[in-house]
Write a protein of this length. Sequence first.
Lengths: 135, 294
Amino acid sequence: MAEAFKFELVSPERLLVSAEVESVVIPGAEGEMTVMAHHAPVMTTIKPGVVTVKNASGGEDRYVVFGGFADIVPTGCTLLAESAVAVKDVDRADLARRIQEAKEDAADAKDDQSRSKAEQFLSQLTTLEGAILPA
Amino acid sequence: MPSLKDLRNRIASVKATQKITKAMQMVAAAKLRRAQEAAEAARPYSERMGSVLANITQAIGGGGDAPALMTGTGKDNVHLLVVCTAERGLCGGFNSQIARHARDHIRRLLADGKQVKIICVGKKGFDILRRDYASMIIDRVDLREVKTLGFVNADAIAKKVIHLFSEGAFDVCTLFYSQFKSVISQIPTAQQIIPAGVASAPAAVVDGGNAVYEYEPEPGEILSDLIPRNISVQVFRALLENAAGEMGAKMSAMDNATRNAGEMINKLSITYNRQRQAQITKELIEIISGAEAL
């Protein structure tokens, strides 16, 4: 059994998780990463995706996050999410609305840079939808 | 001298008013608790945000790649004031305190020859500031329909501000709100959000000490993502503090009103009783003197 470390998932509205965990999978901006105890200090932005938390007491929790960033130090990991919900409570309509908005953004984008950014965001959202729909 | 009937009506109406203020006080107390809980629940996020921000600015070390939102435009000509007040009145001096604070600030800026633009959040502030500075109000945000303040509300306001900034509509942005100190005291506060006042948070908060961070992507990029988010968080915090403050102010205002009504009822009852007694005495005298005359 791996060593436990402190993990906190915070959204602007409240503190969702504050617990001892074994590992956390974070959808980092430049690829998914698994954080375990004694991780080198990293600060990364995160993209919309699923955070998988493996509790020290066994069992897994999954949360959907929409953007934010993570602060990782050897003794713990803090994830500041723009908005976060447990996968089982995800509001499909809300997700659909976000996707719709992203589509509009992509369509309205004026220059290539902002368009590619919007399209990237859109694809992240659709991947996310695909990942949680069967659940 | 009012008649007995008038007095009776008066007492009845004051009693009705007292019932209403009492009910409002209780509603405010319940809402205050909820608002306080919301404000407390939001605290961890803004605290962490502060420490992370302090950390990352330290890493960048005032390098040239700090985003404009942080460094400002280098000018100081056009000021944007975001004035957050309540949507409803009947909360004592709460709204007028914030408005007065903002007005003092505006006057100072105008005296210095600066240009001022105002965004009003909440109806009451708009009503007050409209009297003197109607031409400066460029926008107002209505939160009347909002039942529970969410981060999205704050985010929308922040996006609006950032959008204006990127268009070069202003140089400095200041947020006006009321800090919730306790139920009986709210302090009107001005807080500059653009350019962001940096690193007021002690850097030692993070338990990694002076560990060398790895950044993914580059610190500059993270920072340019972080700063707009930080502005949203500041606005959100201001809104939550305001909500709690409003309820606190309403509670004490209604408590005062209830007590006042109680005093008034006492006074009126005494006058009523005296007058009734006087009338009875008068009638008795009439009867007795009538009997004596026989």
